[in-house]
Design a protein around this ligand. Structure first.
Ligand SMILES: *Cc1c(COP(=O)(O)O)cnc(C)c1O
Length: 442
């Protein structure tokens, strides 16, 4: 599979080039230039197949030119020592828990595969990569854990001082080795601006082999298609009805990956795009009018996105045909009150804690099932983060705090290590050249 830019079909690159570049030179996003047919592979996979094995077969099916079967299986065995888990919630609703990885959020799947793929392509080559990324919390911790101790790769993460949760800060600042956290005296927007300026600084990129691992990287998107397939394979023996996936969405990477899985052969009859009040896409689905707006803060803050970056890919999948997109994807929006109410109700009825993002999804799933004509579909609702990552919101909704999983509790005991930095592009550039410049390495 090769990739073209969403803004120029003539600009075509292979997978390795696409993941190290991140963004196409014209500012577009990389998009599959051909569609693999995985239908047979998906229908043949036994329900007992482990997630990493299924992922390996899919990787070979998608990229036979880069990964032979043995290499693909080994790559995924090492990338995925964790797996999704399915939990039946009602007769018709299943939770697909994607938070059993090292940072307790679904972003672990994309980050783990991207890190393994980059390591694979760098092996035996005389070059290094410096991953530079800004985080408001979750992306950074998944990236830090995924790239920890990968040979040939250094990681530099910028985060806004005092504006990430104490747990998130520990997750970012306690990894160490090849992972450095820069604590920026400014906002998340400052961090993003500094990173953007660094990538555009040709003098800097000549001296430091910068690469990005943010959510627009196609190497993070593709592996997210694997858990849609995994859920289908596991549930197929017990479900006779149509299957609909419900996806809590912000930048719409997760949803786009599910739609790719469908295009490549996954038998699914629809998707629900669930948002908080940042509802630019649900509005588009109804009106055909795409109007980005400044984001508004909510209790599901990883979904506070006013101009979703993957919308450009969604448009291309459906040939910019609004009706076609709406036929496959329905939109639902949840207010903070509805999110909290869903968290409280599900905890009371089923004894299950939900994080606020997953609750926005479940709220959407319930509304969808109560609507016309959809009543016998089974809904697989993606659970995107562990509830213990958001203890304040969970307590506000249910009156209780969920137990911290051990891997989260442990980071709270480790000492924080971060380098303070002024919120200027110059400060970042100076740091990068001194610590990671080609000259500094000699
Ligand atoms: C990032 C994130 C989302 C949004 O995912 P997108 O792929 O950006 O749509 C939802 N929930 C959680 C917990 C997240 O961290």
């Amino acid at each position: 599979m090769r990739f073209h830019s969403t803004r120029n079909r003539a600009h075509v690159v292979d997978f390795a080039q696409a993941i190290f570049a991140g963004l196409a030179p014209d500012g577009g996003l990389y998009f599959p230039d051909t569609e693999p047919n995985l239908r047979e592979l998906i229908l043949r996979a036994p329900e007992t197949c482990s997630f990493d094995r299924l992922a390996g077969e899919l990787v070979h099916g998608i990229f036979p030119e880069h990964f032979d079967v043995a290499t693909a299986l080994e790559l995924c065995r090492r990338a995925f020592p964790f797996a999704p888990q399915l939990r039946p919630l009602t007769d018709q609703v299943y939770l697909l828990e994607l938070y059993h990885g090292p940072s307790c959020a679904f972003k672990d799947f994309g980050a783990a595969f991207l890190a393994a793929a980059m390591e694979h392509f760098l092996a035996g080559e005389d070059r290094r990569a410096v991953i530079l990324t800004a985080t408001s919390g979750d992306t950074g911790s998944a990236v830090a854990r995924a790239f920890h101790r990968r040979p040939g790769i250094d990681v530099v993460i910028l985060y806004p001082s005092g504006r990430v949760s104490p747990l998130q800060e520990r997750q970012l600042t306690t990894v160490g080795d090849n992972v450095t956290a820069l604590e920026v005296r400014g906002s998340f927007d400052d961090c993003q601006r500094m990173v953007k300026t660094a990538f555009l600084d040709t003098e800097l990129t000549r001296r430091v082999p910068l690469t990005s691992a943010n959510s627009i990287n196609i190497g993070r998107l593709i592996p997210q298609a694997f858990y849609y397939v995994d859920a289908f394979v596991r549930l197929r023996p017990s479900i006779a009805s149509d299957i609909v996936f419900c996806v809590p969405s912000g930048n719409f990477g997760n949803l786009t990956a599910g739609v790719f899985a469908w295009r490549w052969g996954l038998p699914v009859s629809g998707f629900i795009a669930a948002t908080n009040v940042n509802d630019v896409v649900p509005r588009y689905l109804v009106s055909g009018d795409f109007r980005p707006r400044p984001s508004r803060p909510t209790v599901a803050n990883a979904m506070d996105v006013g101009d979703p970056s993957n919308f450009e890919r969604m448009l291309e999948i459906f040939g910019a045909d609004h009706q076609d997109m709406h036929a496959m994807i329905g939109g639902e929006t949840a207010t903070d009150e509805q999110i909290l109410e869903t968290m409280r109700r599900v905890h009371q009825a089923a004894g299950v804690f939900l994080d606020p993002h997953t609750a926005a999804g479940l709220c959407a799933a319930e509304r969808y099932l109560a609507g016309d004509g959809a009543s016998d579909a089974s809904v697989i609702a993606l659970a995107t983060a562990h509830p213990a990552k958001f203890p304040e919101v969970v307590e506000r909704a249910t009156g209780e705090r969920p137990d911290l999983p051990r891997r989260l509790a442990e980071v709270m005991d480790r000492p924080k290590k971060a380098i303070p930095m002024e919120p200027t592009a110059d400060a970042l550039s100076k740091y990068l050249v001194e610590q990671h410049g080609e000259e500094a390495q000699r």
